[in-house]
Design a protein around this ligand. Structure first.
Ligand SMILES: Nc1nc2c(c(=O)[nH]1)N[C@H]1C(S)=C(S)[C@@H](COP(=O)(O)OP(=O)(O)OC[C@H]3O[C@@H](n4cnc5c(=O)[nH]c(N)nc54)[C@H](O)[C@@H]3O)O[C@H]1N2
Ligand SMILES: Nc1nc2c(c(=O)[nH]1)N[C@H]1C(S)=C(S)[C@@H](COP(=O)(O)OP(=O)(O)OC[C@H]3O[C@@H](n4cnc5c(=O)[nH]c(N)nc54)[C@H](O)[C@@H]3O)O[C@H]1N2
Ligand code: SF4
Ligand SMILES: [Mo]
Length: 722
């Protein structure tokens, strides 16, 4: 059957899904005269229940109709980064891209070609991975070493794949660790507020006084990066007092004896020394958590650390021994609807794989087998090792890169080195909506459709809502979606004999989406009508865990085999291993990545409404610290870290939300109006000051993007203007 293309645009109000971030809120999109005139929350939506944010309302239309939108392919016609572009047709762009990729493949072999995307959460991530595989390369970079990588590796090692399965609505106690739902996730935030209203108890573990602290019954304020000790001590209390779930542990946990032995030393008193949290607060947190059902709500604040896997392991073990797994009010494992494929599953399916010996050559797989290569969570590369490979040719040359839907010249640590690597490539193509600092360094810039122009089928975080994003309007100009770009490229690569195997058998996004729906019994037509289909959640209790033992591995056989510590442990933050001299030169601790409601990472930087809400990159400084530094509120300061590539400029905001001695900033800053090609990415972007090399988590390869030592100085008057 030939599937009708979905871009039959009509005016009206249509149910859809906001696709600007992974929260996946249900939306109502109004189209008038072929234009999106309004995006609003869908109060009927079973997943988001009317929750929404300003990025969905203003960001997506701003991106689609804004003046900075790229609508025609561009070819570089001056030196790299000179900002000289020539508009070309898609045929020219695709021919050139196929020629250049075929040349690199011929000269250096398929492994010299790499992709960069945000990950397999969006279909474009899967598409780019499969395009790389079609070229014969297992290499693709994802954001997750900077994002959710530590929890994903821990989830795999422990067998506790509970991301998205927080049953806040039915919990008696909610343990929030390193998660600021207020800014990051309006659906979760609404659920937490509702739970509080009905009497749930809330325990927050966060160095900063975030809005959830105002709802909290108990707030633990550990030193950054020290959380594992909190979890280990909570387990120690629960085990010593017999407050763990014996029956669950016996039936479903592997290695309880070893865990018990490991945590015995982590008394609350020891945890106080390691974290600064009072012992009685840790004990109180353990007692509240043990009095369930309790759900563990966690986030980026304990991920993206060079010991993040161990921290997550400690919390995952805490969840396991409390028995709050796959039961109401606890943490559920998500099982996709029968017959439905998630992008992540497709990535791992044998028919979409390259031979094992090829996948084993994925950059980083030798050092981080649980992260990169065939055994890795998303089979991706280790990013900083790719950057090195581009610059040094080791372990082998990487010469061509295709970037889609990421702005790595801003969002990867060590901006200067990332830029140097991008400049050193033989070929760089960037699919984008606007001229980001990454796109500025490309040979070819490809105009991408936005989420208002694309069709996407996906699964809501809770697993029981299949979501539909409607192509509400036709693409502006010549913009194309990732799948269309990849399919057209594959055709040309085939003609040039540069294809290993076609791993993208779909003719268009419709066919791809039909494949994702598979035998689920859900049709695209139904989704188009309703915007979502609710499916009964599949019970996961009694389903064996995805480990060799079929149990939750408190003692992880996978980690043991990989030569890592099989039991959860406290690993001192890297800063504590620095010399006294360095610590005295860099006396403060830096947190990065504070989410802002008006921005999504580096996005929406050209949009006036966002700049109005948040005009400058902020560094939160405690009043006492500001006083000792003689920094006034609103003053421009510079921040740098030991061993870092340089300083970054931020604007001080004096606030007691951050503890004394800890300064805290956002990420993703650049200014489209500042001079190309950097657009400020080496000035006001915190990643200009962070190294991407350094201590890497032994399992996930993550670097510290927070908890680093730093120093803050008043910016010289010449540096101080915005
Ligand atoms: N508006 C908006 N929403 C977003 C995004 C965005 O850019 N803008 N990005 C999305 C993405 S990709 C992600 S990954 C999520 C991230 O969102 P979250 O998972 O909420 O993570 P963060 O906002 O990075 O940090 C959460 C909390 O961790 C705390 N924290 C920092 N260090 C530590 C520590 O050592 N221990 C503990 N316990 N806490 C610590 C911070 O103070 C902060 O309150 O947000 C998503 N949502
Ligand atoms: N220091 C520090 N660095 C960090 C973090 C931190 O906390 N601290 N956070 C990390 C985290 S958690 C993450 S997830 C990363 C995020 O890093 P990125 O994914 O690079 O961030 P974005 O700004 O969201 O990426 C934006 C690019 O995606 C494109 N884009 C947006 N929407 C779409 C779409 O629908 N389709 C396509 N094809 N493209 C689209 C836009 O062109 C935009 O330029 O940053 C990481 N970097
Ligand atoms: S949180 Fe905001 S940006 Fe993310 S899906 Fe919901 S409305 Fe869209
Ligand atoms: Mo992220």
């Amino acid at each position: 059957m030939d599937l009708v293309p979905s871009n039959n645009v009509t005016d009206g109000v249509f149910p859809s899904t906001c696709w600007e971030c992974s929260v996946c809120c249900g939306s109502l999109v109004t189209v008038a005269d072929g234009h999106v005139t309004n995006v609003a929350p869908n109060p009927q939506h079973p997943h988001s229940k009317g929750a929404f944010c300003v990025k969905g309302i203003r960001g997506a239309p701003g991106l689609t109709y804004g003046p900075s939108r790229i609508t025609q392919p561009r070819r570089r016609c001056g030196p790299r980064g000179s900002g000289q572009w020539q508009e070309i047709s898609w045929d020219e762009a695709l021919d050139e891209m196929a020629n250049r990729l075929a040349e690199v493949r011929q000269q250096y072999g398929p492994l010299a070609i790499t992709g960069a995307v945000s990950g397999a959460f969006f279909s474009r991530g899967l598409v780019v991975a499969l395009l790389m595989r079609s070229l014969g390369s297992p290499n693709w970079m994802i954001n997750q070493d900077l994002c959710g990588g530590c929890r994903a590796v821990s989830a795999r090692a422990t067998g506790l794949n509970i991301g998205g399965g927080e049953d806040v609505a039915n919990a008696r106690t909610i343990l929030i660790v390193g998660r600021n739902s207020y800014a990051a996730d309006p659906v979760q935030w609404a659920a937490i507020k509702q739970a509080k209203e009905r009497g749930a108890r809330i325990v927050v573990v966060d160095p900063k006084r975030i809005p959830a602290c105002d709802l909290a019954d108990l707030w633990l304020r550990p030193r950054p990066g020290a959380d594992a000790a909190v979890a280990l001590a909570m387990m120690q209390v629960m085990i010593a007092r017999g407050l763990y779930d014996r029956a669950f542990v016996e039936r479903w946990c592997h290695g309880f004896g070893e865990l018990k032995e490991r945590v015995a030393a982590y008394t609350p008193a020891l945890a106080t020394q390691l974290t600064g949290v009072p012992a009685d607060a840790i004990t109180a947190a353990a007692l509240l958590y043990a009095d369930g059902p309790s759900t563990f709500v966690s986030g980026h604040g304990i991920d993206a650390f060079s010991a993040g896997v161990q921290t997550y392991r400690a919390f995952h073990c805490l969840v396991a021994i409390s028995g709050n797994v796959d039961r109401a009010g606890g943490n559920r494992r998500i099982r996709p609807p029968r017959g439905f494929s998630t992008y992540l599953e497709v990535l791992h399916r044998p028919e979409f794989r390259l031979p094992r010996d090829v996948e084993e050559q994925t950059v980083g797989a030798a050092q981080f087998p649980l992260w990169a290569g065939p055994k890795g969570w998303q089979t991706a590369c280790h990013n900083p090792s790719v950057i090195s490979a581009i610059l040094t040719g080791k372990p082998y040359p990487v010469r061509a890169l295709y970037v889609s839907g990421v702005n790595i010249a801003v969002t990867y640590p060590d901006t200067a080195r990332t830029q140097e690597a991008l400049r050193a490539l033989d070929f760089l193509a960037v699919a984008t909506h606007d001229m980001t600092p990454t796109a500025e360094l490309a040979d070819l810039v490809l105009p991408k459709t936005t989420a208002l122009e694309e069709e996407e089928v996906s699964l809501a975080p809770g697993g029981s809502t299949v979501l539909y994003t409607r192509p509400a309007v036709p693409p502006r100009g010549a913009a194309r979606c990732d799948l269309d770009i990849a399919v057209a490229l594959i055709e040309r690569l085939t003609q040039r004999g540069a294809l290993t195997k076609n791993f993208l058998p779909w003719r268009n996004q419709r066919a791809f989406n039909a494949f994702i729906l598979g035998d689920s019994g859900i049709s695209l037509e139904e989704l188009q009508r309703t915007g979502y289909v609710q499916v009964p959640s599949r019970p996961s209790a009694d389903v064996p865990f995805a480990t060799r033992s079929g149990k939750i591995e408190l003692f992880s056989e996978t980690l043991r085999e990989a030569g890592a510590d099989p039991l959860p442990a406290y690993v001192p933050p890297a800063r504590e291993t620095q010399s006294a001299a360095v610590r005295s030169d860099y006396p403060l601790v830096l947190l990065t990545g504070d989410r802002e409601k008006s921005y999504h990472h580096s996005r929406f930087r050209d949009q006036p409404w966002a700049a109005k809400v948040s005009p400058d990159p902020i560094l939160l400084i405690h009043p006492d610290t500001a006083r000792s530094l003689s920094v006034d509120d609103g003053a421009w300061v510079t921040v740098d870290v030991p061993g870092g590539p340089g300083a970054c400029r931020l604007r001080a905001k004096i606030s007691d939300r951050t503890p004394p001695g800890v300064v805290s900033t956002g990420m993703g800053w650049w200014r489209p109006q500042s001079a190309a090609p950097d657009h400020g990415a080496r000035d006001i972007n915190i990643n200009a000051a962070l190294p991407y090399e350094g201590r890497w988590d032994p399992a996930s390869g993550s670097v510290d993007t927070r908890g680093l030592l730093c120093r803050v100085r008043a910016a010289a008057p010449t540096e101080a203007h915005a």
